[in-house]
Design a protein around this ligand. Structure first.
Ligand SMILES: [Zn+2]
Length: 312
């Protein structure tokens, strides 16, 4: 509606009628001055992001993968408030959450991240893409900005009187942060939460991850909290329980298959239909199940590779 009106005004003023490109994400207000930017079905942003407008500035959560999407996010922030962009907090090092950091830094943001992000963002992201890496992508990853402020514990950022609570949590990469806005009952969960789509377990520990999601469900005000996942739509506490259930189902099914002596493709073929049947309202690709089964098998076998912290 707003867009239609804006288009109409251009016509009325006699300006060239350029069709306004749709945003590469859907912006959703999830609390007073708190917004989630949800990646669309075409994945033009690469992940979700969001921002918090405080008394004297704006804190952004995550930077997307595609810098053009990040530029659109900066445009939306400037449209909603004249306050300066002061911070971006990366929930973890994966490039789909850090790819647009330079755009936010250029817009005035100090980059805050877990200390391990500094050691991993330019190196481990190359492994993340595996055989899909191109020379251009490798060069882009090797020039991603390093965070300015790092932590491996909890941190409070004050936007004037508005409190933003950053917590170090375990499970997805070994360098994960969540960002809570207590006065709005919003938790930006990063990739500790995915809504109705399978998570990427490449760097994860399902054991730690499920425990962190248990904490999300038990947090004060959970019933009225809006949880912003790293991927998928805005979630509530039932979605958190559903996601944790998915992780535990995966673990249980892979453990049962292993006990029956299955491995490789046979294990995947055993797990896939059972997992899909248990989560019929999810969008689950065969490729995702094959990868998840492999990573879960490694974790249960004690051979799972996880990123190793790098000394400062
Ligand atoms: Zn991730």
């Amino acid at each position: 509606m707003r867009r239609a009106l804006a288009g109409l005004m251009l016509v009325t003023l006699g300006a060239p009628v350029a069709a306004q490109a749709p945003l590469p994400f859907e912006l959703k207000q999830v609390g007073p001055g708190v917004y989630a930017a949800i990646d669309g079905p075409e994945h033009k942003s690469g992940s979700n992001a969001g921002f918090v407008i405080g008394d004297d500035g704006v804190l952004v959560v995550d930077a997307f993968f595609y810098p053009d999407a990040t530029k659109a996010l900066v445009g939306e922030i400037h449209r909603l408030t004249p306050k300066p962009i002061r911070y971006v907090v990366n929930t973890h090092y994966h490039a789909d959450h850090t790819g647009g950091d330079q755009v936010l830094r250029d817009a005035g943001a100090v980059i805050i991240a877990h200390k391990n992000v500094r050691g991993w963002v330019r190196t481990n992201n190359i492994n993340l893409f595996g055989d899909r890496i191109t020379p251009e992508l490798k060069a882009r990853i090797e020039s991603l900005p390093l965070p300015d402020v790092t932590t491996d514990t909890n941190l409070v950022v004050w936007l004037g009187a508005r409190k933003v609570v950053i917590k170090a949590v375990l499970g997805h990469t070994g360098g994960d942060l969540t960002i809570a806005v207590p006065d709005a009952h919003v938790l930006f969960a990063g990739d500790m939460l995915w809504r109705k789509i399978p998570p990427n377990l490449i760097d994860g520990s399902v054991r730690e991850w499920a425990a962190t999601d248990t904490d999300f469900e038990a947090m004060t005000g959970a019933a009225q909290t809006r949880y912003i996942p790293g991927h998928g739509d805005v979630a509530d506490v039932k979605d958190v329980a559903d996601f944790r259930g998915y992780l535990l189902d995966l673990k249980r099914l892979v453990a049962a298959g292993r006990k029956a002596g299955l491995k490789g493709d046979a294990l995947v073929k055993d797990v896939a239909p059972k997992l899909k049947a248990l989560h019929a309202d999810w969008t689950i690709s065969d490729r995702a199940i094959a990868a998840e089964t492999g990573y879960m098998n490694d974790e249960l076998a004690g051979t799972k590779k996880r990123p190793v912290p790098v000394a400062d």
